[in-house]
Design a protein around this ligand. Structure first.
Ligand code: URA
Length: 282
């Protein structure tokens, strides 16, 4: 059985708090462990330091800049015809442009990945969500189901999202740099990312999230032309006026569990934009 990790603990804390209704706020010291895990790392707090770096455009924390939007309820979902394992990706019948883009992507043969895919993997969650996650590209499980982040990395991402007190299906929208599986789970090639990028850009424009979370080096490279996830994680970037937070990819966190503390610090910065409280103490 899998060993419980930091995200399980946080979820347990949340559940305990829900049950008892008691004020179980996390202590300052505990919080600091999450927020400032690495000495000398710029982390989330010194936005000024990030601003001074020419390649990093620090985003102004969103709440003061952008009006609060109501997140629309999750759309009623019809079972997708392409799905072979009964895991339905989110459909948005109330957003026809989203559905027509999905149809366009399903027919796409702009790069070689179109020939080898089982399913095009469009997105998961709610296209009306205020929080958007962007990963690399589908793996074998995603290729089989047509849904992003359903394998082991996806399971961890779901727990990270729950630890953030967000509901994956209704409060987040999840997409990838490429919509078809790169064979052998390699990173997408430049030409594949370039062919798929216009679709992702249209998705981001439609979702118009309050915050984007970049999962790993691949979205950092192809959305910002930046390299160095280890240095840049935890520092706000700006994607056309939308604050974007780079953090580690869940697959990397599975291989390097100690890095979960850093990822949690990054996610806490994102939570702060939404005014979400850290997990209560058990
Ligand atoms: N890794 C990703 O980056 N995306 C997925 O959809 C699954 C695994």
């Amino acid at each position: 059985m899998r060993k419980p990790d930091i995200f399980d603990e946080i979820i347990q804390c949340l559940k305990a708090g829900e049950k008892t209704g008691a004020d179980t706020s996390m202590s300052e010291e505990t919080l600091n462990v999450f927020l400032h895990p690495i000495r000398g790392n710029a982390g989330n707090a010194p936005l000024a330091a990030a601003r001074s770096r020419p390649e990093v455009r620090a985003a102004v924390p969103a709440p003061v800049m952008r009006p609060q939007r109501q997140v629309a309820p999750a759309p009623v979902q019809a079972p997708p015809p392409q799905n072979i394992q009964g895991v339905p990706p989110a459909y948005a019948p109330d957003m026809p442009e989203w559905e027509s883009l999905r149809t366009e992507c399903a027919a796409c043969m702009k790069c070689g990945l179109g020939k080898t895919r089982t399913n095009m993997v469009f997105a998961d969650g709610n296209p009306h969500a205020e929080l958007m996650f962007i990963g690399e590209g589908p793996g074998a499980d995603e290729d089989a189901t047509g849904v992003p982040f359903v394998g082991r990395a996806g399971e961890l991402l779901s727990r990270m999202i729950a630890a953030m007190t967000f509901d994956r299906k209704t409060e987040t929208c999840i997409a990838n740099i490429v919509k078809c599986r790169p064979p052998g789970n390699r990173n997408p090639a430049d030409d594949e990312a370039a062919a798929c990028m216009p679709y992702l850009k249209r998705q981001i424009a439609m979702v118009n999230p309050k915050v984007i979370v970049l999962l790993g080096a691949v979205p950092l490279l192809y959305l910002f032309n930046l390299k160095g996830i280890t240095k840049l994680r935890g520092r706000w970037l700006d994607y056309n006026g939308i604050p974007a937070m780079p953090t580690y990819h869940p697959a990397y966190l599975l291989r390097n569990p100690p890095a979960k503390k850093d990822a949690w610090a990054d996610l806490q910065a994102v939570m702060a934009v939404f005014g979400r409280k850290p997990a209560p103490r058990r």
